[in-house]
Write a protein that binds this ligand. Structure first.
Ligand code: NAD
Length: 289
């Protein structure tokens, strides 16, 4: 069993991006600039945005964080997005999800200029991705593709089971892995909350992507020998430590890992690769402009 080390891979890619930024700046080019909007006080969201800001600093990007209270109106948020859309210095914009219940997330996503939509959630980018056209691809599935690529994992013709059908992970992951490209060319099955006999599907899978948000859902007896297992899940579970919680994936690691050819840990697997995709998308947005 080998670990797919997302942290080490992300560190390597960060140094590649930092070198590219140095070259751009020394040639008189513009420093890539990512803006993030955070609404409310959700602890996990604050942590994620903090990681993204730190990563920007590490590679030499500029970043701007706009923090608003959970009480703001949807119209106010839309007007702030409009300002960023029109700000020529800002290349990419992310709005950290989830948003408070009274704000329509889809309206907010669609208000972002697709050219600055570095999360790849706008329908224009999703549509282009599905057609295999150049686009910003949702950061988590794109990070997983990059990780499979860096470890030279053969995907062509493999049976791949994705557990979860969210717009930001499950659906784009299924699409990317079924595309005619490398990594890709998989035969993909999507399992979800209504799937019957899920274990029959996972036992037949060469590659499993667990993205359902149910801690330690995937057990050892659900995985065949030699499978590649990608654990997307991150759930905060109460723990008797300084932070008061620990991060738990969707895979029961101790049971599943011994059966795998490759597996991602939590933390240190998919999470750091998600941030890398966001940096790469921001660099691309900056170059496009
Ligand atoms: P989501 O809640 O939007 O979607 C979950 C999906 O899982 C749904 O499609 C649902 O049908 C399916 N599902 C739920 N229970 C199931 C069950 N018992 N059996 C089969 N399918 C089931 O979640 P999401 O936004 O896709 O996130 C999934 C997990 O990934 C969460 O833990 C989230 O925190 C994590 N996540 C991690 C990263 C990262 O960077 N590592 C990024 C995004 C999401």
């Amino acid at each position: 069993m080998k670990i797919l080390d997302g942290k080490a891979t992300a560190d390597l890619i960060k140094s590649e991006i930092a070198r590219e930024v140095e070259l751009i700046v020394s040639a008189g080019g513009k420093i890539p600039h990512l803006a993030a909007i955070l609404v409310g006080e959700d602890g996990a969201s604050q942590t994620y945005v903090g990681h993204k800001e730190r990563a920007c600093a590490q590679v030499g990007f500029k970043s701007t964080l706009l923090r608003f209270s959970a009480e703001i109106t949807e119209d106010f948020l839309l007007s702030e997005i409009e300002k960023i859309n029109n700000n020529p210095d800002i290349d990419g914009l992310i709005v950290q999800l989830p948003l408070p219940k009274h704000i329509d997330e889809q309206r907010v996503i669609e208000a972002i200029d697709p050219k600055k939509d570095v999360d790849g959630f706008h329908p224009v980018n999703v549509g282009k991705m599905v057609l295999g056209l150049p686009s910003f691809v949702s950061a988590t599935p794109w990070g997983i593709i990059e990780l499979l690529d860096r470890y030279n994992i053969e995907t062509s013709g493999k049976n791949c089971v994705i557990i979860g059908r969210s717009n930001i992970v499950g659906k784009p992951m299924a699409n990317l892995l079924s595309q005619k490209r490398s990594p890709g060319d998989c035969t993909v099955t999507i399992c979800h909350s209504r799937t019957k006999e899920l274990k029959e599907h996972t036992l037949n899978a060469d590659i499993i992507v667990a993205a359902l948000g149910v801690p330690e859902f995937l057990k050892g007896d659900m995985v065949k020998e030699g499978a590649v297992v990608i654990d997307v899940g991150i759930t905060r579970v109460k723990a008797d430590n300084k932070s008061g919680f620990r991060l738990v994936g969707d895979v029961l690691y101790d049971e599943v890992a011994p059966k795998c050819s490759f597996i991602t840990p939590v933390p240190g697997g998919v999470g750091p690769m998600t941030i890398i995709s966001l940096l790469k998308n921001t660099l691309k947005a900056s170059k496009n402009r």
